[in-house]
Design a protein around this ligand. Structure first.
Ligand code: GLY
Ligand code: MN
Ligand code: MN
Length: 384
C-alpha cells in the first residue's frame, strides 16, 4: 500500500500520537494540518479531525490547523494531473462502450433494471470496473423527467413500452475515478417526429457549449448558452412564445430553468460531483432559478474536467408553476405545452477536458446524432 499510494508512512491509528510527537519534537513551528470544510452540495461540515488520545498535555492538539488544508486539497482536485486525466479518459471510454452496449441490447418489453444490470455487467466483466460512480438512473417514459430516479424509492422498475423514450444516466468507477454519462434515445430505436426536435435541442445545446468552452470562459455563460439553444428550439416548435422579447431576454428572466432545472454540469474526478466548485476567491453561487443549481460558477481553467449535461424536461409541477407565474405565462403556449405533459425529458451528458491549448476535448464516445443512435440500435458497429 505504501508503494501503491506513494505515501511516506503507513501506521495503525494507535501509533499516531507517538509518531506525531516524534515528528513535532524534531520540527520547529510544526503544525498538524487536518481536513475540515463545508461540503457545498449538502451544506454539511466535513470534519475528520483526529483526536489524540494520549496527548495528555494537549501539545499536539494545540498544533492542529483545520483551516489551511481543505481549500488547498480541493483546488488540487479541481486541476487534474496527467495521471488523473488518463484515468478519467479511460473510465469514460469504458462507460461510453457500456452505454453503447446497453443501447444495442435494449428493446421494448425489457425492464429498466435490466438496462442497469447490463451496464454493470459490461463494465465489471470487460474492464474490472467493480464499482459504479453512483446508482444508475434508468428511466423510460414519464420517468425520464425524474432527475434523481433509480434510487431505493424509485428503483428502475418500469417495463419499457414500445413508444417510450429512455434516459439512462450511468457511470463506471475505476481506481476511485468516476465517469458520468447520460444517453437518451427511443426504446424502439426509431426517433419519432415528436421526440426528435426535443432531442436535437439538447444535442445542439451541448454543441454550443463545446464551441465556447475553453480557459477563461465562465461556466455560468456556458449554462446560459445551453439554455439559449433550448429556448430557441422550443420557440421554433411553438411551445414557447417570444412575444416582444429576444431569446436572450427570456434567458435573463430565467425561463430556461422551467425546462432545465439543474445545472449544466460539474467537476468530476474522485467524486462524481467533485469538490472545489465554490472555493474562496472564485465566483459565488448565483441565487437565481436554475443558476443556483450550478455546482460551480467558476471561470474555466486548463486541466479542469467537467460534465456537460444539458436537458429539456416537461415536469408537471414546474409547468404548472410557470403557467401561474405572470412573468412566464405570456411566453408559454399552453395548448402545445400540454401535448408534452407526461412525456418525460431528454438529457445528454458527456465528460470533457479543458486543455491547456484552449480546446474542449470530449472523452465521451457515445452515439449522439440521430443517425448514429439509430445505427447502433439497429445493431450497427460502434465506432462505425
Ligand atoms: N448522475 C449524476 C449527475 O448527472 O450529476
Ligand atoms: Mn452529472
Ligand atoms: Mn449523470
Amino acid at each position: 500500500w505504501k508503494t501503491h499510494y506513494e505515501v511516506d508512512r503507513v501506521l495503525y491509528t494507535h501509533q499516531l500520537t507517538t509518531c506525531l510527537q516524534e515528528i513535532v519534537n524534531q520540527t520547529p513551528q510544526a503544525k498538524i494540518l487536518v481536513m475540515k470544510g463545508i461540503n457545498i452540495d449538502s451544506g454539511n461540515m466535513y470534519d475528520m479531525a483526529p483526536t489524540f488520545e494520549d496527548d495528555e498535555d494537549s501539545s499536539l492538539t494545540s498544533l492542529v490547523d483545520s483551516t489551511t488544508l481543505f481549500p488547498i486539497l480541493a483546488e488540487c482536485r479541481v486541476i487534474k494531473s496527467p495521471a488523473e486525466l488518463q484515468l478519467l479518459e479511460h473510465v469514460t471510454q469504458v462507460t461510453s462502450m457500456a452505454h453503447t452496449y446497453v443501447m444495442r441490447n435494449i428493446q421494448p418489453g425489457m425492464w429498466e433494471f435490466q438496462a442497469e444490470s447490463l451496464f454493470r455487467h459490461y463494465t465489471y466483466y470487460n474492464f474490472g470496473s467493480r464499482l459504479q460512480s453512483y446508482t444508475s438512473i434508468c428511466g423510460c417514459g414519464p420517468n425520464t423527467a425524474i432527475l434523481h430516479y433509480g434510487h431505493a424509492g424509485e428503483p428502475n422498475s418500469r417495463q419499457l413500452q414500445a413508444d417510450d423514450n429512455c434516459l439512462f444516466d450511468m457511470g463506471a468507477e475505476y481506481q476511485c475515478y468516476a465517469s458520468d454519462i447520460t444517453c437518451s434515445f427511443p426504446a424502439n430505436g426509431k426517433f419519432s417526429t415528436k421526440y426528435q426536435p426535443i432531442y436535437l435541442a439538447v444535442l445542439n445545446a451541448q454543441i454550443a457549449v463545446y464551441n465556447m468552452a475553453r480557459p477563461g470562459v465562465s461556466w455560468v455563460d456556458c449554462h446560459k448558452a445551453a439554455e439559449t439553444v433550448i429556448l430557441q428550439s422550443l420557440a421554433t416548435l411553438g411551445i414557447i412564445d417570444l412575444q416582444d422579447k429576444t431569446v436572450q431576454e427570456l434567458v435573463e428572466l430565467r425561463l430556461g430553468a422551467v425546462f432545465m432545472p439543474h445545472g449544466l454540469g460539474h467537476f468530476i474526478g474522485i467524486d462524481t460531483h467533485d469538490v472545489g466548485g465554490y472555493l474562496p476567491g472564485h465566483p459565488e453561487r448565483i441565487a437565481q432559478p436554475g443558476l443556483q443549481r450550478l455546482r460551480t460558477a467558476r471561470i474555466l481553467q486548463p486541466n479542469m474536467v467537467l460534465t456537460v449535461e444539458p436537458g429539456c424536461y416537461f415536469i408537471d409541477h414546474l409547468m404548472d408553476e410557470a403557467m401561474k407565474n405572470p412573468v412566464y405565462a405570456p411566453h408559454l403556449r399552453v395548448d402545445k405545452l400540454e401535448e408534452y405533459r407526461g412525456y418525460g425529458g431528454v438529457r445528454l451528458e458527456d465528460v470533457v477536458w479543458i486543455t491547456p491549448q484552449g480546446d474542449c476535448v470530449n472523452f465521451t464516445q457515445c452515439p449522439r446524432t440521430i443517425s448514429e443512435v439509430e445505427h447502433v440500435m439497429a445493431g450497427g458497429h460502434w465506432p462505425p
